[in-house]
Each structure stands twice: as C-alpha cells, then as structure tokens.
Design a protein around this ligand. Structure first.
Ligand code: SF4
Length: 282
C-alpha cells in the first residue's frame, strides 16, 4: 500500500506558538498554569500539557486565585477576559494573531456602522470571541439555508467576516447567495479564513482525487480537521477519520493500493508519524 502524506499535515504556526508560550510560562511561573478551555482541540495534546501541570478549566473560577490563566489560540469573549482580570488572575493571551486580525476587521466594520454577519459555527469559541467585539449583536450563519433567518437592519450596510477554519468554497457560496438575495445591501467582505487552513483544504481536494482512500488524522473536536474530512469525503467516499493509529485496526483496506494521509492544524506530529508507520507496515 502506497501512503501519500499531505505536505501541510499537522500543527499550524498559531498552534505551535500557543503551545510554546504555555510551556515557557509554566516554567517561569514555577506553579500550575491554567487554560480556559482546550489550548488546542486535540485530547492527546491536552493530556501531554496536563502532565506538565498546564491544566484545563471550564470557568476561571475553577482555577487557583491569582494564578496564570491562559487564553487559547482561538480567542475568547472579551467580557470573560475582563472578568478574569478583575478577579485577580494573571491573564496571558495566546490568541492567534490571525484570529486577532478578524477581531480588528470586525471592529472596523462596527465603527463604520455596519451590521455584522459572521460565517461560522455559532458554538465555536472563536466565533463567540469575534461576536464579543459586536457586544453579541452579530448575525451568525453556517450555511446558505440559514440566510432566510437573517435580520438585516442596518440601512443596507453589512460587514462579513468568517471563522478562520471555515470551508473556503462554502464561504464563497454563502457570500454569493447573500449578494443575490439582498441586491440593495452594501456588503463589505473580509476573507478571514486562515492561509494554513486554505492550503490544507486545497491540498486535500487534490490528494483525494489521486488515491483510493483517505485517512484524516485528528480530533472530532477540531473544526479545521472536521472540514478536511468533509472535503475529502465529497471527493473520495473511502475517507476515514482517526484520532490515533490504533483506530486504523477498524478500517478494512482490502483492495486499496494508495492512501492519502492528511491532518488538521491541531494534530501533533507524533500521532501522524504513528499512523503513517502503521499503514506502511500493513
Ligand atoms: Fe491561527 Fe490559522 Fe492556526 Fe487557527 S489555524 S491557530 S488561525 S494559524
């Protein structure tokens, strides 16, 4: 079985940056450091960090008073950050600069008096952080069908931003549909999808056409990995999602000659390597 690995598989720059900062801060602090949510959407990475005394908390009230509290690469609602500071935590923000850029775009649109549409997943922490720039007033849509539920009120002036890990082609389709359905609205769009996500998505589209099967490595909690799985599946029906090499045991590769391997921005190298090794040994 020939295994072809996607060039951009694995950690993106923003994830590496957040992990390095967390480890450095833990060393400096000489004490437990807390993260508000998962620093990276991958259980294996979260466990490794936990073993280094970098602990996940759901609410900052679960952390030791006065300790270091890390904000994840996805960003967070500004109100929660302020509450944590007011409660005496030493807040360290590892929000990816690309996510921060989306916050700035959104701010600019708000200053221009535009109503905001966020193309993204409503429950994702990144989208909640972006929406906090608008004081929670943005309209959030995830697909073309949801356009009918929009309440566009700001005298026909709208700013659109997208979650950094959204599917590029779906975002374009939503923007086109918005323009068609609201021809008198002045839409300003910032293509805020991350360059790493775009590279991974276009690469998996091409790779999926060349192989008999695709294995996407990562966590189901990772938005960008799930998008890779969905794209591969559209092109190649033999697409599988695994979080570790062990899960390959459940896949029947009979008759498969070539397999493409891709991994999301939160998947660590050691898991990708284990998956590749196991497949090459079959
Ligand atoms: Fe930053 Fe892009 Fe990585 Fe998200 S996927 S953390 S936006 S570099």
């Amino acid at each position: 079985m020939q295994v072809i690995v996607a060039e951009h598989a694995g950690f993106c720059w923003g994830v590496k940056r957040a992990i390095e900062r967390a480890i450095n801060i833990r060393e400096e602090a000489q004490d437990t450091v807390y993260v508000l949510g998962h620093l990276v959407h991958n259980e294996n990475v979260v466990q490794k960090l936990d073993a280094m005394d970098i602990k996940v908390v759901v609410n900052f009230t679960d952390a030791k008073k006065g300790s270091v509290l890390l904000i994840t690469a996805h960003g967070l609602d500004y109100k929660i950050i302020q509450q944590a500071k007011d409660a005496g935590f030493r807040v360290v923000d590892t929000t990816c600069p690309i996510v921060q850029k989306v916050h700035r775009f959104t701010h600019r649109f708000v200053d221009e008096g535009r109503q905001i549409i966020i193309i993204g997943h409503q429950d994702h922490i990144e989208v909640k952080g972006i929406n906090s720039v608008t004081d929670g007033r943005a309209e959030i849509i995830n697909n073309i069908q949801e356009i009918k539920d929009l309440h566009l009120t700001a005298q026909g002036r709208v700013g659109i931003v997208a979650q950094t890990t959204f599917n590029v082609m779906e975002m374009q389709a939503i923007v086109e549909a918005l323009k068609q359905q609201f021809p008198n609205t002045d839409f300003q769009m910032k293509d805020s999808i991350c360059y790493d996500v775009k590279d991974k998505q276009s690469e998996i589209r091409i790779l999926s056409e060349r192989v008999d099967a695709v294995v996407v490595v990562g966590s189901l909690t990772s938005s960008n990995t799930t998008r890779l799985y969905e794209i591969a599946r559209e092109v190649c029906p033999n697409t599988y999602f695994v979080s570790t090499a062990k899960e390959l045991n459940d896949i029947d590769f009979t008759g498969i000659k070539t397999v493409g391997v891709a991994a999301g921005a939160s998947t660590p190298d050691w898991i990708i390597e284990e998956v590749i090794e196991k497949m090459e040994n079959r």
